[in-house]
Ligand binder design. Structure first.
Ligand code: ATP
Length: 470
């Protein structure tokens, strides 16, 4: 898929005008930093700072909750990143997990063919045509130089296992988590005694040597996936499972705050389908750089288990005790990215408004996703009794929630800081609190304030979190 912007006048606007707004907020407030920045950085790897790791963990937790915790028919797995190299031969990744690469004859820059200006709209058949460069008069976007014919570039990273570095010791960094679920199908089915239909969910790192990474954490070389493989009876049951999962996955993004007008579905054309897919529909989001894939839902047929059964010699058939049939299950997959999802929630939560003549930036993150749920702030940090009460409230909150204390500025500024990192509620302790044992709870989005007894603060925050879920 190309990462270049769309130019449709009827298109909806992105939630932020440009990526820079989010990149600079991320760096300034500690969501995301460039990897190895003091050495000039390494391309397409990003580090999550103190707030980013909370956000991304919360995204993964929200996914796990809806895909495992709340389901009777799905169980979890955490498979190794390194797998037997034959897995990637059988899956087709060694042979065909590649993108078309072209190189400029003068400046030597390399490009992914489908991302060149003039090639954005080309069909998969055209992109595979060796004469595509001449036919569409494509030139180097940097210096206008001549481009080589496209060659396939395999996206898998490889390394060596053990002390000898030869072809026999090559192993791959997994480019997707899904294969771990396929090769463990029998282990999981037998140990959990699940009956079909059932699913295996997994969250973990994947690695792809992308030719043109970019757009911040949208396309990275090291990233995290959240994938679920749903095993069903062959044929119609797979179509029904697909039709059930697709709207559920779309709704999940809305449930956690993404505006419905910036989400859409896009079905893959026949010549665009991956080698394993019978049907594929992407959930797309309107990023500042265009409509892009957030997640793919795929009907993979019996491709995976049939191939692994044939290559390993293991019988991967399922026995249905009700009908006394043996069959290879079909698989419906939901494949999402944790980084892409966290990025989307961050972008879509961004708000800028004018409040009493001042610019207010806030992140209207769903409370379940917000890094901190609550901040405890003293109105006067010079009064030790106020600070002491703040710390008592904070200690109680921290037993159940991510909470933070801040006294490094005047209250107005403290509120603005919390708004900007998406903290849904601030608890302010003032002089009156010492008399009436009550505090002010301020809401991030409405900026309304409510006086609540100190003893009821945690309950009030937990209740508000609960009502944000319904
Ligand atoms: P694309 O078309 O964007 O290259 P893909 O179709 O190859 O993606 P899948 O193989 O279906 O993606 O992977 C599932 C999900 O994993 C994607 O929807 C995306 O959220 C995430 N993902 C894939 N590649 C990357 C990457 N390089 N960086 C970050 N996330 C990624």
């Amino acid at each position: 898929m190309t990462d270049s912007p769309v130019h449709d006048p009827n298109d909806v606007a992105a939630a932020v005008p440009d990526l820079e707004t989010i990149v600079s907020l991320s760096k300034r407030r500690g969501f995301v930093f460039q990897s190895s920045e003091i050495y000039g950085g390494i391309n397409a790897v990003w580090d999550y700072g103190p707030l980013g790791v909370e956000l991304k963990n919360n995204v993964k937790r929200a996914w796990w909750k809806s895909m495992v915790q709340e389901r009777d028919d799905i169980v979890g797995l955490d498979a190794g990143i390194l797998m037997h190299p034959q897995v990637w031969v059988t899956s087709g990744h060694v042979g065909s997990f590649s993108d078309p690469l072209v190189e400029c004859g003068t400046c030597r820059r390399r490009y992914r063919l489908d991302e060149l200006p003039g090639a954005e709209g080309l069909s998969v058949t055209d992109l595979a045509d060796p004469t595509v460069i001449e036919r569409f008069r494509l030139i180097c976007p940097n210096d206008g130089g001549p481009l080589s014919a496209p060659r396939r570039f395999n996206l898998m990273f490889q390394t060596f296992m053990g002390p000898v570095q030869d072809d026999a010791s090559i192993v791959y960094f997994r480019p997707e988590t899904a294969q771990g679920s396929y090769v463990n199908f029998k282990n999981i089915q037998q140990s959990s005694r699940k009956k079909i239909p059932f699913g295996i969910a997994q969250i973990g790192k994947s690695f792809r040597n992308e030719i043109s990474p970019g757009n911040f954490v949208f396309r990275m070389r090291e990233f995290e996936q959240m994938e679920m493989q749903y095993f069903v009876r062959p044929g119609d049951a797979a179509t029904a499972a697909f039709d059930d999962w697709l709207p559920r996955r779309l709704a999940w993004y809305g449930q956690y705050g993404v505006a419905p007008e910036r989400l859409r579905l896009r079905e893959h054309a026949k010549d665009e389908l991956a080698h394993y897919a019978r049907k594929a529909v992407d959930v797309e989001y309107r990023f500042p750089f265009g409509w892009k894939e957030l997640e793919g839902v795929h009907n993979r047929g019996d491709f995976d288990l049939s191939r692994h059964a044939a290559a390993s010699g293991e019988n991967l058939e399922y026995f249905d005790p009700a009908t006394e049939e043996h069959f290879i299950p079909w698989i419906v997959e939901t494949a999402a990215g944790a980084d892409r999802a966290a990025f989307t929630f961050l972008i879509d939560a961004y708000r800028e408004e004018e409040v009493r003549g001042e610019r207010r930036v806030s992140l209207s993150l769903h409370p379940d996703l917000a890094p901190y749920k609550v901040a405890v702030l003293p109105l006067l940090k010079k009064r030790p009794e106020i600070v002491e009460l703040c710390h008592r409230i904070l200690a109680d909150l921290k037993r159940d929630l991510m909470a933070v204390y801040d006294d490094t500025a005047a209250i107005g500024k403290l509120y603005r800081r919390q708004d900007e990192i998406g903290t849904p509620w601030c608890v302010t302790v003032d002089v009156d609190s010492l008399e009436d044992m009550a505090v002010t709870v301020r809401d991030r989005d409405t900026m309304t304030q409510e006086r609540i007894p100190v003893d009821g603060v945690k309950r009030a925050i937990l209740d508000r979190m609960e009502s944000a879920r319904s």
